[in-house]
Write a protein that binds this ligand. Structure first.
Ligand SMILES: Cc1cc2nc3c(=O)[nH]c(=O)nc-3n(C[C@H](O)[C@H](O)[C@H](O)COP(=O)(O)O)c2cc1C
Length: 197
């Protein structure tokens, strides 16, 4: 409960390394998550040092390519600009973990039939449960973390770089926190709960 209530999205990190042992420990927590039909559709690829720089440069190039796309709608442009801001935050984190949904194919593959869509929703939820475990374990270990979905705006270049055909469902920035942000507001609890008996 402490980790749940203390966790905050961290967007400023200390210039301190995180040991491989600690990285493995928090990802182990991710591997303990429940998953639909126990498919465990997650893979965690950890980037540090030079590899991290290289991967983030690919993301940057992917975002520039997206911005240069003449058919990009206004809403998409705002999304890419937001992703540029997230990229700036990622550059300040010593560890970036890319998370693959190893069963996911949308939104860039062929459209899914309804049954495959249901399966993919279940796999997305499973990955979400796993990522949340990682974030909570990180909090428990004194680490700061940020869950990132803005990698979707550079999905194809990043997948090409990773040499994978799996869905890149998220990234997690990890490091020792260099800020203590105030809690972001939550909806009124009575508006999100309904007990029927
Ligand atoms: C699926 C998901 C995607 C997110 N993507 C981003 C992102 O790309 N960039 C970012 O700065 N924050 C991102 N966040 C963090 C949210 O903005 C944050 O969780 C929310 O504002 C609540 O703040 P808190 O995490 O401090 O409680 C994401 C969170 C989730 C769960």
């Amino acid at each position: 409960m402490n980790a749940i209530f203390e966790r905050r999205s961290i967007r400023k990190f200390k210039d301190l390394e995180v040991s491989d042992e600690l990285i493995r420990k928090v990802i182990k927590a991710g591997a303990e998550a429940p998953s639909a039909k126990n498919r465990q559709p997650w893979k965690y690829i950890v980037f540090k040092g030079q590899a991290r720089e290289e991967m983030l440069n690919v993301m940057d190039m992917g975002l520039d390519m997206a911005l240069a796309e003449p058919s990009l709608p206004e809403q998409g442009k705002a999304g890419v600009m937001d992703a540029k801001n997230t990229l700036r935050i990622m550059r300040g984190a010593p560890v970036i973990i890319l998370v693959l949904n190893t069963n996911g194919v949308s939104p860039f593959g062929k459209p899914l039939d309804i049954f495959s869509h249901i399966t993919e929703i279940c796999d997305s939820m499973s990955c979400g449960a796993s990522i949340e475990n990682v974030l909570l374990a990180a909090t428990d270990e004194g680490l700061g973390s940020l869950w990132i979905a803005n990698t979707f705006y550079a999905h194809e270049p990043l997948r090409a770089y990773l040499k994978t055909d799996k869905q890149l469902i998220a990234a997690v920035a990890l490091g020792y926190p260099d800020e203590d942000p105030v809690k972001r507001p939550r909806k009124d609890f009575e508006d999100i709960i309904e007990i029927r008996s």
